[in-house]
Design a protein around this ligand. Structure first.
Ligand code: G3H
Length: 481
């Protein structure tokens, strides 16, 4: 209610992936609305963030680390009190299961606590004095300025906060645009932002990205762009900045993670991990396994077991017990996924599992597509949904070459029970991607581990510690002895 109060401009109606029956069929249910800021309101928010930063002389950037931590702790307490409200909105807004929505919330709170602990350590180290060659140096961590922070729809709370919180706690001021699918769930927290931080430090903007982000970037007043999204958008935004060399970009971008199943793999384990890796939250994770290379000698066994495992997954509404497959928030996604499957079939692949690719309104049943080759869209495109392309190989050089030639370089999962084979693969793989998972699926966590990517998959590294470094500069006060 607070968000809409006194608003007379355009309004965005939020449609849930949860559908209702209407006389003409299933339709996405209306679950709320929010104001769509125009360029003027966005610039007002920018000016507020710039004023609060005040060239590094504002209350927030000059506050002691202990005081900033106290503000974030107060905020976290208020956030925890809103848990059920936020969890419910995650389910309704993006269709995430109740269990995963709770996990997303709890993981975010844990991330904030871990960030506070890490900062206490960093501060202890950073404020230590070093004496070298007659110079006493006090090394500090100083903020960077105004941060434009944009998170993704698939982890609208968690991934947003893994950049927003470190940026904030390091003394920067913020403009924060929630993802289009995943805005309402931030509303219960807005009051806490207002109450726990000085005015102008956290500014939330809503609106159509193409209308409000351009003027912000073109102003040249954004010091840090942080976005979890597509490399195409990130590049467009960076180019808008008049002095791009002065812009720090902290980006989590595209990924097409591969699983490689060698002839020496434990097939049951590979199937279990590949199902989780490809289909958790319906495959809508940047870390999802989005293509599977399987050795020809074990392909038939793998596909049969994979089909059985997928057939056992429960589909339904996010709040249903043990549900795994749920409706998709992006309205265009079912059609897009079906076009990818149709394209693969037109080029000679088959949908291996019963009902694979069947869609009903916002729901798409997972499709295992085999054999996929380079002529098909699914070979290179990041499908970001419940479609599993499987490619047979005879020579291990084939999947390695796939990774070398890819535009992405986030993660790979390799399955083998042969230690010597695994050892021989680690270097060729880890020099193509930023994380090699041995006999387990690809994933971001634990959040203390570095999270990044090569090529078009990322810029900068996130982790509890790395994010604190990314959103600050290591500065020095030097005094001659
Ligand atoms: O979408 C990208 C997320 O960071 C993935 O996190 O691997 O823990 O699901 P996750």
């Amino acid at each position: 209610d607070g968000v809409m109060k006194n608003w007379h401009g355009d309004v965005h109606t939020v449609l849930s992936p949860i559908c209702v029956k209407t006389p003409t069929g299933l339709e996405r249910r209306v679950i709320g609305s929010y104001p769509l800021c125009g360029p003027d309101e966005a610039m007002e928010s920018l000016n507020a963030a710039v004023a609060a930063y005040a060239d590094g002389r504002g209350e927030w950037p000059t506050m002691s680390v202990a005081e900033r931590i106290a503000c974030v702790e107060k905020f976290t307490g208020r956030m925890i009190a809103k848990k059920q409200e936020v969890v419910k909105l995650i389910m309704w807004e993006i269709g995430k299961s109740y269990a995963d929505s709770v996990k997303e919330f709890d993981r975010t709170v844990e991330y904030i606590h871990a960030t506070i602990d890490a900062l206490k350590n960093l501060d202890r180290k950073s404020s230590s004095f070093a004496i070298e060659q007659g110079i006493i140096g006090q090394i500090r961590r100083s903020p960077l300025g105004v941060v434009l922070c944009m998170g993704p729809f698939n982890y609208p709370l968690n991934e947003t906060f893994t950049t927003l919180i470190p940026a904030l706690i390091m003394g920067n001021t913020l403009l924060f645009k929630p993802p289009k699918h995943g805005t309402l769930l931030h509303f219960p927290l807005l009051e806490a932002f207002r109450d726990c931080f000085p005015a102008g430090v956290v500014n939330t903007i809503y609106g159509r990205g193409n209308q409000i982000i351009a003027p912000l970037m073109e102003s040249g007043k954004i010091n840090v762009l942080t976005l979890i999204g597509s490399s195409k958008v990130a590049n467009q935004l960076k180019k808008m900045h008049p002095k791009v060399n002065r812009l720090r970009a902290i980006l989590g971008l595209d990924a097409k993670n591969a699983a490689i199943i060698t002839e020496k793999a434990d097939i049951d384990l590979a199937v279990k991990e590949c199902v989780l890796g490809s289909l958790s939250f319906n495959g809508q994770r940047c870390t999802a396994i989005k293509i599977i290379y399987v050795h020809s000698s074990v392909a038939a066994a793998f596909l049969e077991k994979m089909t059985t495992a997928v057939g056992q997954l429960k589909s339904g509404m996010p709040w249903e017990k043990d549900v795994f497959l749920t409706p998709l928030p992006e309205p265009q996604k079912p059609g897009y996924l079906q076009s990818c499957v149709a394209d693969a079939v037109a080029h000679g692949a088959k949908v291996i599992n019963p009902f694979g690719g069947a869609a009903n309104a916002s729901f798409v049943y997972p499709a295992i597509v085999y054999p996929v080759n380079e002529k098909m869209k699914l070979y290179r495109e990041e499908q970001f949904g419940p479609v599993i392309p499987v490619v047979p190989f005879d020579d291990i050089e084939t999947p390695i070459r796939y990774l070398i030639e890819a535009d992405h370089g986030q993660q790979v999962a390799v399955f083998s029970n042969d230690a010597a084979e695994l050892a021989s693969l680690i270097d060729p793989l880890v020099n193509q991607v930023s994380r090699v998972n041995i006999n387990c699926q690809c994933q971001r966590g634990p959040d203390i581990f570095p999270f990044t990517g090569r090529k078009d998959s990322a810029e900068a590294t996130l982790s509890v510690f790395d994010a604190l470094r990314a959103f600050s500069i290591r500065s020095l006060v030097a005094t001659k002895q």
